[in-house]
Design a protein around this ligand. Structure first.
Ligand code: GDP
Ligand code: GDP
Length: 445
């Protein structure tokens, strides 16, 4: 399973020590500690582990009011955390004691159903511990005193974090990525699988003691970061040359749907000789719905008509029939002649990279601001509708939260997507958008 790691979001006023705490948890200096309050940093998420439990820890420092004039209030930072995290750590400052801003965020967090831990930072000395009690009034349970700077209490704090994370139902897959080969019966899925497996020759042997599904195949693939393991899901039967063909497309469809829930990427195989059918379109829709990365193999290209104009028409038709996958790269292949097969792995790799790409908050907001300048949203009942700010809340698939002052037209969201794609290489991956309409604030006096 490529299960998602639970996410811990660290929120709080500027300068309470959020980055320092993230660093403490990670045991390294990855999140940058700033001496200047309010300096905009990019929101960052890091993989962390404590006593065998893996999770992602997210420093929301980048959402603090910054010099770019983003009207980002502390409450909105909490809002993003509520929207994305499984557990929220509210960091407060023992030296300053509870301030109005702490209470405002706490109120916001109490309204959500998310578990919250109040970390009282800067308790550098045991004699300062009583100061933590002042934070009971935030109404979020027992405050946990610690010193991010010196490490005091951080072990106890991490115990509490791990204890309150949602239980993982499955083992986290150690493989780099997982892929499914989907498509109608007879389009050449097994032939392509055999070619991929045969080509790499390095089929990974099941390691004793690991939980590996016998219906999956593992490939070792060279990537930019070294050799990685690619799991090809649900290939039982496919690797055997002789197989019982399921004649009923619907069952094949159900099977690919089940498979899609387990993978990062779908390799959609279509038959060049037959063109795209309604069943191909349904599978493609499932890929989009599941938010998977996608590569299209237009297979049996050797059977495609040799006429150039006919081939061009075929490709135009494919583009049209699969237009909701317009971000996916297609590769013309022939499992029979071997044509194009060598192009598949590099495209799969770059599509997976897109699927996992994280745009920094600063860059994303620059892109959105430039797009809005180029083409402002249509006025709604005389009112100017704008995206106030944006944040990429998740990867796999990249998911962008758009905080707005009104509902956006679908066309406009598509326009924003195009603008982002024109700048950042997201090819091979869908991008999801969630519009969060902010209630209108009272006009200032
Ligand atoms: P953030 O803005 O909330 O991310 O806060 P930072 O992590 O950037 O820390 C702000 C300031 O507080 C820095 O000068 C840190 O050195 C200081 N600081 C962080 N943790 C502690 C701590 O445990 N004790 C003390 N005394 N200072 C701390
Ligand atoms: P699956 O049902 O999608 O797994 O399809 P198979 O891989 O079993 O292939 C179905 C049939 O198409 C077999 O007879 C293959 O030999 C043939 N086939 C697969 N790929 C190609 C190709 O690129 N060109 C041609 N001409 N035939 C192919």
């Amino acid at each position: 399973m490529s299960a998602r790691l639970p996410v811990v979001a660290v929120v709080g006023r500027p300068n309470v020590g959020k980055s320092s705490l993230v660093n403490r948890v990670l045991g390294r200096q990855e999140a940058i500690v700033q001496e200047t309050p309010g300096v905009t940093r990019d929101r960052s998420a890091f993989a962390a582990e404590w006593s065998g439990t893996q999770f992602e820890i997210m420093d929301t420092g980048g959402l603090e009011p910054g010099p770019q004039g983003l009207d980002v209030r502390i409450v909105e930072q909490a809002q993003v955390a509520i929207d994305t995290a499984d557990l929220i750590v509210l960091v407060v400052d023992a030296i300053s004691g509870p301030l109005e801003d702490d209470a405002v965020v706490a109120a916001e967090l109490r309204r959500s159903a998310k578990p919250v831990i109040v970390a009282v930072n800067k308790v550098d000395d045991p004699r300062d511990e009583p100061a933590a009690a002042a934070f009971y009034r935030l109404g979020l349970g027992d405050p946990v005193p610690l010193s991010a700077l010196h490490g005091r209490g951080s072990g106890d704090f991490l115990e509490k974090v791990v204890a309150r994370l949602p239980r993982q139902t499955t083992d986290i897959d150690r493989a780099w990525a997982s892929m499914a080969i989907v498509g109608r019966p007879n389009v050449g899925k097994s032939s392509i699988l055999n070619a991929l497996v045969g080509e790499s020759r390095a089929i990974v042997d099941p390691v004793a003691g690991t939980t590996r599904d016998p219906v999956d195949s593992y490939l070792e693939v060279p990537t930019a970061e070294g050799t990685r393991e690619l799991r090809i899901v649900d290939t039982a039967g496919m690797r055997r040359q002789v197989q019982i063909k399921d004649p009923i497309e619907y069952f094949a469809f159900l099977r690919s749907r089940r498979t899609l829930s387990r993978v990062d990427l779908a390799l959609l195989v279509v038959d060049a000789a037959e063109g795209v059918t309604a069943h191909d379109q349904r599978i493609a829709e499932e890929i989009v719905e599941h938010g998977r990365a996608c590569v299209i193999a237009i297979n049996k290209w050797d059977l495609a008509t040799p006429e150039v104009t006919d081939r061009q028409r075929l490709e135009r038709d494919l583009d049209h029939e699969l237009r909701f996958l317009d971000w996916a790269t297609s590769v013309r292949t022939s499992a029979r002649t071997g044509r194009g097969l060598d192009k598949l792995m590099p495209v799969i790799e770059s599509s997976l990279a897109s699927h996992r790409r994280r745009l920094t908050t600063a860059l994303l907001n620059e892109l959105i601001a430039a797009a809005q300048e180029r083409r402002p949203h249509a006025r709604t009942r005389g009112r100017a509708i704008r995206v106030l700010y944006a944040v990429q809340a998740r990867v796999a698939p990249p998911t962008v939260l758009l905080f707005t002052n009104g509902q956006l037209q679908t066309d406009y969201v598509r326009f924003l997507e195009h603008q982002i794609r024109a700048f950042e290489p997201f090819s091979g991956s869908p991008i999801r958008f969630e519009v969060k309409v902010r209630p209108r604030r009272n006009a200032s006096p």
